[in-house]
Design a protein around this ligand. Structure first.
Ligand code: CTP
Ligand code: MG
Length: 384
């Protein structure tokens, strides 16, 4: 089968809707899913696909779309959309056609963040034989038309749920849009009305459209992910002082802990555990002891930084567990405050937290009361 020249195949991502059904202030396609806006996920899928030569994004008027796309804005074409999806697509096609029009175009909803590469392949493959191609899934539920009661039984045989990207011969779909009546909810409807043959190719459940607020959680659950675990360990020596910091809590004590920062062994071990689970080095790489900025620093800054790195990677902290190894001070009375403080520092990432303590029965450096040790485990969920 002859295949299309990738440099002549464009993707048109429509992201100019208001997302009214999803609610929530900002349009849904600009809201984050697993750390990144929906539209960014969609654009990256096409930019990273070897059979797509260029990407054009239709955004609302104003600078918001460019801002949301960040550095990606330099790698795509951008133009403003219209009042309806159909209008936005037509305007996007006109913009794409202005200089060096592509031979084919894949038109995609920004509200569908997951675009499996194999699905793009299936659409592009079909375009070698047909002027249009559309991913679709068979309807499996029984269908009934009605209001409060069933008025009619509808046979589901031969019915399909269609998704995007929908691919077309560029000239043909541009012409179809120029002459189309308003009211089409997708481009297959426009193509079909113009008499174009549209092939059905296999869709993918993961290519779901985020339409209502609950769909963010559903889409997130469909995303491939890996569970990673990291461990951390830290020790600080006792010295002069009248308090120690443990897991972000200041505990009055007859001695202090020596260290470049505030010597909070609990937060240091936990920060390392999270960095370990991320594969992002250790606390010394991010906050070198040689840097005077971190002298006497409050260690919650280190932990908050690790939490942000997880969010930036599109991950979630599922659980953290810290064990403090010390003969003194007594940790038990402070445990609830420590757990609350850890949840507070890791604010937006809502982890389940646990803090425990043990002595070493008088053995070793901790047993001789020369210092305090802590170990920690962090469990993360990361994009696969
Ligand atoms: N879209 C667009 N321009 C419009 C309307 C919609 O570019 N005037 C885009 C949306 O941004 C979305 C896709 O078309 O990526 C699918 O439309 P839909 O799911 O209906 O999104 P919205 O129209 O934004 O949502 P709602 O209908 O709930 O307001
Ligand atoms: Mg809409």
């Amino acid at each position: 089968m002859a295949s299309l020249a990738p440099e002549r195949v464009a993707a048109l991502v429509v992201a100019a809707g208001r997302g009214e059904r999803a609610g929530g202030g900002e349009p849904k396609q600009f809201r984050p899913l697993r750390g990144r806006p929906l539209v960014v996920h969609a654009v990256e899928a096409f930019l990273g696909h070897p059979r797509i030569g260029r990407v054009h994004v239709v955004v609302p008027g104003g600078a918001e779309g460019r801002r949301i796309l960040g550095p990606l804005a330099e790698r795509v074409g951008l133009s403003p959309g219209g009042a309806t999806r159909q209008e936005s697509v037509r305007l996007g096609l006109e913009a794409l056609g202005q200089a060096d029009p592509p031979s084919h175009v894949l038109i995609h909803d920004a509200a569908r963040p997951f675009v499996p590469a194999a699905m793009i392949d299936r659409v592009v493959d079909a375009l070698a034989q047909h002027p249009g191609a559309c991913p679709a899934l068979p309807v499996v539920d029984s269908l009934r038309r009605g209001g409060a009661t069933v008025a009619e039984v509808v046979d589901r045989e031969g019915l399909w749920r269609v998704q995007t990207p929908q691919g077309f011969d560029f000239r043909a779909i541009l012409e179809a849009h120029r002459t189309a009546a308003p009211g089409a909810t997708d481009d297959v409807a426009v193509a079909h009305a113009a008499g174009l043959t549209v092939a059905l190719v296999e869709g993918d459940e993961r290519a779901m459209k985020v339409t209502v607020a609950e769909d963010f959680a559903r889409a997130s659950a469909l995303w491939p992910r890996v569970i990673t675990t990291g461990t951390g360990f830290d020790v600080h020596r006792f010295g002069p002082g009248d308090h120690v910091w443990l897991c972000g809590i200041r505990i009055p004590h007859g001695r202090g802990l020596l260290g470049h920062s505030d010597a909070d062994v609990g937060l240091h071990a936990l920060t390392d555990a999270i960095l370990g689970a991320l594969g992002a080095g250790d606390i010394g790489v991010h906050f070198p002891p040689s840097d005077p900025r971190w002298k006497g620093a409050a260690s919650h800054l280190f932990l908050a930084h690790a939490g942000r790195l997880v969010a930036d990677a599109g991950g979630q902290i599922l659980h953290v567990d810290v064990t403090i190894i010390a003969e003194e001070p007594k940790v038990g009375p402070h445990r609830p405050a420590m757990c609350a403080r850890l949840r507070d520092i890791l604010a937006d990432h809502a982890p389940r937290v646990s803090v425990k303590a043990t002595t070493t029965e008088g053995l070793g450096f901790a047993g001789r009361r020369e210092g305090i040790a802590a170990q920690a485990v962090a469990t993360l969920s990361l994009p696969g």
